[in-house]
Design a protein around this ligand. Structure first.
Ligand code: NAD
Length: 223
């Protein structure tokens, strides 16, 4: 990824969740290129480590941490490691998120006489819907609770959440993901007001559709 903007993040510590994935590994690299010390957090430690190694090989400062954004103890443990290795976090990117096949309909439109075995809206699995809402919403709220405590009153503190263009115009087939990302947009507005007197800027970005590990099956037929 080429970054058209010139920013200087020297001495800033940036924690990126989901940094073992496609988009957030690029965010981590871009922050490192701009001088930040970057903590790459992911459930998939190997993937995060691979990207941290790439950043270090390119002359940047980065460390990988295994972290489950749905488990507060795991987030606290990652934070303790970051505090000791890199320093207090200035910027948190809540990037871990995604959809799940159990919360995805097979067809774009409901039709009568769909072939046997077609997963319709009526067949969506409750636990799949819960998984998507938890991963995206709680997976943003819990790391924010853990990291924002030390950001209060800190110069240049910033929380960046990852919503989606789905939040504004839902794609077909993925109602839970679209709803969960709407919740992220709404939560970001809430956070921005809540922390407005505590010096923490809160923003969300809303990417469009980019092929990554979590949505490959929506674009391409599987074998
Ligand atoms: N790809 C797109 O088209 C698109 C569009 C809009 C928004 N987004 C959002 O951007 C963010 C990054 O998505 P991506 O497309 O790079 O996906 P990706 O699947 O490549 O990366 C997601 C990463 O999150 C990690 N993860 C999953 N569950 C976790 C957990 N419980 N704790 C910690 N890490 C966990 C995965 O291991 C993976 O490395 C997500 O929030 C996604 O919803 C993606």
């Amino acid at each position: 990824m080429t970054n058209p903007f010139v920013h200087d993040f020297t001495d800033k510590v940036v924690a990126v969740t989901g940094a073992g994935g496609v988009l957030c590994s690029d965010f981590a690299k871009a922050f490192a290129k701009a001088g930040a010390k970057v903590a790459l957090l992911d459930l998939n430690e190997e993937a995060a480590q691979g990207y941290a190694d790439e950043i270090v090989a390119a002359g940047g400062v980065a460390k990988a941490y295994k972290c489950n954004v749905l488990d507060k103890e795991s987030i606290e443990a990652a934070k303790a490691g970051i505090d000791a290795d890199l320093g207090t976090v200035d910027i948190l990117v809540n990037g871990a998120g995604g959809n799940n096949a159990r919360a995805t309909t097979d067809n774009e439109f409901h039709e009568t006489n769909m072939p046997e075995g077609t997963k319709s809206f009526f067949d969506l699995d409750q636990s799949g819907v819960e998984f998507v809402f938890n991963l995206n919403f709680l997976g943003t709220l819990l790391p924010t609770q853990v990291f924002a405590k030390d950001m209060v009153g800190r110069d240049g503190a910033n929380i960046i959440n990852i919503s989606s263009m789905n939040a504004f115009t839902p794609l077909t087939k993925i109602p839970a993901y679209s709803g969960a990302k709407s919740a992220i947009s709404n939560f970001t507005q809430w956070l921005a007001v809540h922390f407005s007197k505590a010096g923490i800027r809160c923003n969300a970005i809303a990417p469009g559709f980019l092929v990554s590990n979590q949505n490959r099956d929506l674009l391409f037929e599987s074998d």
